[in-house]
Design a protein around this ligand. Structure first.
Ligand SMILES: [Zn+2]
Length: 266
């Protein structure tokens, strides 16, 4: 009995041809946006490991990675990839926070995920996925440890604790993206803003977050005026204070009561 018997495939039936695209479809970006990859500046590493993935893997796995890790300073608004090109480096945020952002043809934007010290940016490089169609942008200035995609891919395929941690990271990322899709479609902006601020606060570990209202609007996929109204409501309630390009979390407990249920998942 050959492999096709029992599959009810007719003699003249032909299997559909799977066409692999030779190139990634171009992503249309509004021409007024000045987006381009900006190489981060290397800085001395302080020696205290904050990233939970690197801090949680075995000593043997970490010592194999250490010679290849570079500490870099990342600046808010900095772009870490080029659309349509493969990722050369993956980033383990220390104090920086990095987001995945989609830019639409009309220039509007929305963020799909936030990555801080709990994760790694550049998972697609490990799995040989096509280049991402989103931008990888720094949301909060800080440091990260980076390593070349080739090195992290090699170490991932060695198995061990690093592979386990990166698979956990992938699972958490999928959960975050899924939940944010639901959140964007079902919850009010005031709730989504509170959830987003709590997510940033968890990763930043500081109360004063250097964020502009434009950044908040870009991440939440809305207009700056709408974000301004939501920020004003939080400020008048005594939950946050706000000055130019910085929002300070004053009453985190009450901010949690404003946030939607998604925060408990994210
Ligand atoms: Zn929500």
């Amino acid at each position: 009995m050959n492999e096709t018997e029992g599959l009810n495939v007719g003699q003249n039936a032909t299997m559909p041809e799977i066409v692999q695209p030779s190139t990634i479809p171009p992503v249309i970006i509004s021409p007024h946006l000045n987006l381009k990859y900006q190489s981060p500046k290397r800085v001395p590493f302080g020696g205290s490991l904050t990233n939970k993935i690197l801090g949680g893997i075995s000593g043997a796995d970490l010592s194999r990675l250490l010679p290849y890790l570079e500490c870099v300073n990342l600046t808010s608004g900095q772009q870490l990839n080029c659309l349509g090109e493969r990722i050369d480096f993956v980033y383990f945020p220390e104090t920086a926070i990095i987001s995945h952002i989609y830019f639409l043809g009309d220039g509007s934007t929305a963020a799909t995920s936030i990555v801080g010290k709990e994760g790694m940016v550049g998972l697609s490089a490990i799995f040989d996925s096509p280049p991402p169609t989103h931008w990888i942008e720094v949301t909060l200035t800080g440091t990260a440890l980076r390593v070349s995609s080739e090195v992290i891919k090699r170490e991932f395929h060695n198995g061990g604790s690093l592979q386990h941690s990166l698979l956990d990271c992938m699972s958490a990322r999928l959960a975050q993206v899924s939940q944010r899709a639901v959140c964007n479609g079902c919850h009010e902006l005031s709730q989504r803003l509170a959830t987003w601020l709590l997510m940033i606060h968890d990763r930043a570990q500081i109360d004063e977050l250097r964020l502009t209202q434009e950044t908040m609007a870009n991440h939440l996929g809305t207009r700056r005026a709408t974000v301004n109204a939501a920020c004003t409501a939080l400020r008048e309630s005594g939950i946050v204070s706000y000055r130019r390009a910085a929002i300070t979390i004053i009453d985190r407990k009450r901010l949690e009561t404003v946030a939607c249920e998604c925060y408990r998942v994210l």
